[in-house]
Design a protein around this ligand. Sequence first.
Ligand code: NDP
Length: 317
Amino acid sequence: MAANFVIPTKMKAWVYREHGDVANVLGLDPELKVPELQEGQVLVKVLAAALNPIDTARVKGVIKLPGFSLPAVPGYDLAGVVVKVGREVKELKVGDEVYGFMFHAKKDGTLAEYAAVEESFLALKPKKLRFGEAASLPLVIQTAYGGLERAGLSHGKSLLVLGGAGGVGTLIIQLAKEVFGASRVAATSSTGKLELLKSLGADLAIDYTKVNFEDLPEKFDVVYDTVGEIERAAKAVKPGGSIVTIVKQNKTLPPPAFFFAVTSNRSTLEKLKPFLESGKVKPVIDPKNPFPFSQVIEAFSYLQTRRATGKLVIHPV
Ligand code: NDP
């Protein structure tokens, strides 16, 4: 029998009422209205959330989605428990432990006690993962997977990852080896993170403070750029290879580079579930974690240093 949850009308949530620097405009509202459900949505009691660079861009107003309005709650990633389902929800039920990211997060995001999320964005949480670990994954693992797929990485090919220690990069390395069967993976980071890259499966860890990767004699079938170094990437790819970048740049991309933008789809999470359950692919969470819900501003300020290793998780919410 499905569990019954008492759902309050008000909740704690981080809210911004104007655009600006996170520390100036984001505040904890103790009494925000719990979001109303659309027919295809479920209401999730958020137990953990995670931050992404796009959250900062949204608060600052650098990125505005159609239909967006203020005040708004930031946050894309979440893990939690379904406490209510909309009329057209077919697969999820009250009590399910889920994770995913809110692709159309226009107004109400995941830095709140409750979030109304499209059923199609959510998958059942792998049992092996704790809620904080699960919340760290959805946006970055789908970005890593989708970019590698679009770039045509396949068994026996080689890959260079620019930015191997970030939220996306740590997953790209693991998926390339474990899921796509890359023969050789190289990745860049600063000196202190080289061992991490190797522990994730990188065959070659390149210290970008000492070596220019584009000057190496070795060239790669695929280059995955997570830092915005596309001209340099073009010098590191083999003839006939491909370059995927996820960093928006106001310039024409040199061929064969293309921009990839992630979309939220439970089927990718379902496809990757066996790798998460077996531990072949693992969440990578910065040692400063987790940040409790009261310390969201501190977590954002660390995110903005662009030095975090893997993900920043907000837990417990
Ligand atoms: P993170 O904040 O997690 O990245 C931080 C990491 O970047 C640090 O570990 C740092 O390592 C590394 N880094 C910074 N500069 C360099 C450099 N020059 N060379 C190598 N490593 C570097 O970011 P994410 O991984 O979450 O996101 C990466 C980018 O991708 C962001 O710009 C984000 O907005 C974008 N993105 C785009 C998506 C899309 O769909 N298009 C989806 C997701 C993200 P070190 O300290 O060693 O330098």
